[in-house]
Write a protein that binds this ligand. Structure first.
Ligand code: PLP
Length: 374
């Protein structure tokens, strides 16, 4: 099997599974029960939380959620509910994940003024336009750190500076799902951010919403006082253990992995260009973990199917919109023609990818082009 769909989900690392099983075996008791075994589980859960604080930043409260979809839904809406007096406008990138874009549609129906900040053809936010759009009615700016379909990295430090100068009361919320563990980021730049364990070689069903300690959000989960009231529901200690271990391992080898994956990206770029693909050069606005490209001679879906029949797995657009069978909002926002957009494929790279894997992938793609050329 040759797997290249890492931006959609990653396999769980052996060390993560092992640690998670140990946690499950030893700390299965409900952290909220009133006996000694529960107290032990609760103490262990607190230790896991402390480790996450140590690795990411001590300026935030971390709420464990079912994943980043929930963290984005609850973080954005929950913060806005608690600070209505700070303004009625939200500025957002049109290339956000569906969990953010759908939240924006809901907020608009509820009467908020949702404004989309344009991106250029690389997918980078147009900072001059953002500067003009920022005013005292802006409550929040939502801009993801790394895009999940095309891998573009936003200039988040400059976005922060603009907010501080033009609308200092506005919050900066960032979806860091495709960035955590892959880049050295100073999370303190954000007022709130989200992350997901299954993009980091950790288990599915767990993610986090980090919110600066000075802020509060209204939780959409009620019926318990878990996580200091930030989200009701029994604490999944073993999943938080898996998330903690996944963060630890990815943060530890972050720069080494980045270097290796960048080499793979450059190799793939050269080979795909030779086949006639239009690629995105690896520069300071491109994540080496997400290789997005297209070839006008072959549509993405038959290519993906051909590879899948050969036990090779790539992505086309975000798996959350893939099922919806409509053109990606991201590709529309970067002004790609419909024809090009229907040919875009996404190849996820990983420290687990070997150079030989890329050779197999490229040679099968070459075969598919000959077979399906339009
Ligand atoms: N945000 C981004 C950028 C993503 O890539 C994804 C997953 O596809 C999500 C949010 C949603 O994450 P989860 O699957 O944990 O709900």
């Amino acid at each position: 099997m040759y797997y290249f769909d890492y931006p959609a989900s990653t396999p769980v690392l052996f060390e993560v599974q092992k640690f998670q099983n140990e946690v499950e075996n030893m700390f299965f008791a409900n952290t909220e029960s009133r006996h000694a075994l529960a107290a032990k589980s609760n103490r262990f859960y607190k230790r896991l939380e402390e480790e996450i604080v140590r690795m990411l930043s001590d300026q935030f409260n971390y709420t464990f959620t079912s994943g980043a979809t929930e963290a984005n839904n609850m973080g954005i809406q929950g913060l806005l509910k608690k600070r209505k007096q700070k303004g009625n406008t939200v500025l957002v990138l049109p290339i956000e994940h569906a969990s953010v874009l759908e939240t924006m549609k809901k907020l608009k129906q509820e009467g908020m003024n949702i404004q989309y900040v344009p991106v250029d053809t690389r997918g980078v936010v147009q900072l001059d336009v953002l500067g003009e759009m920022l005013n005292t009615d802006v409550n929040m700016v939502v801009a993801m750190t790394v895009n999940n379909e095309i891998g573009v990295i936003q200039p988040y430090e400059q976005i922060r500076e603009l907010i501080d100068t033009k609308a200092p009361e506005a919050l900066f919320f960032s979806d860091c799902v495709q960035a955590l563990g892959k880049f050295d980021i100073d999370f303190n730049i954000f007022d709130a951010f989200s992350a997901s364990s299954h993009k980091l070689y950790g288990p599915k069903g767990i993610g986090l919403l980090a919110i600066k300690k000075s802020l509060v959000h209204e939780s959409d989960r009620i019926g318990g006082k878990h996580q200091e009231g930030r989200r009701a529901g029994t604490i999944p200690t073993q999943l938080i253990g898996g998330l903690m271990k996944a963060i630890e391992l990815s943060v530890k080898s972050c720069s080494e992995n980045h270097e290796y994956v960048s080499e793979l990206y450059t190799q793939l770029e050269t080979e795909m260009k030779q086949l006639g693909f239009v690629t995105r050069p690896l520069d300071c606005v491109q994540s080496p973990y997400i290789f997005s490209c297209y070839h006008l001679g072959i549509k993405a879906l038959p290519l993906q199917q051909y590879l899948s029949d050969n036990d090779i797995y790539i992505g086309t657009q975000s798996s959350c919109s893939e099922g919806a069978n409509k053109q990606s909002a991201i590709l529309t926002a970067i002004a790609l023609s419909q024809e090009a957009a229907s040919s875009v494929i996404r190849i996820g790279l990983s420290p687990k990818t070997r150079q030989e894997d890329l050779h197999v992938l490229v040679s099968k793609i070459s075969e598919a082009i000959q077979k399906y050329s339009v």
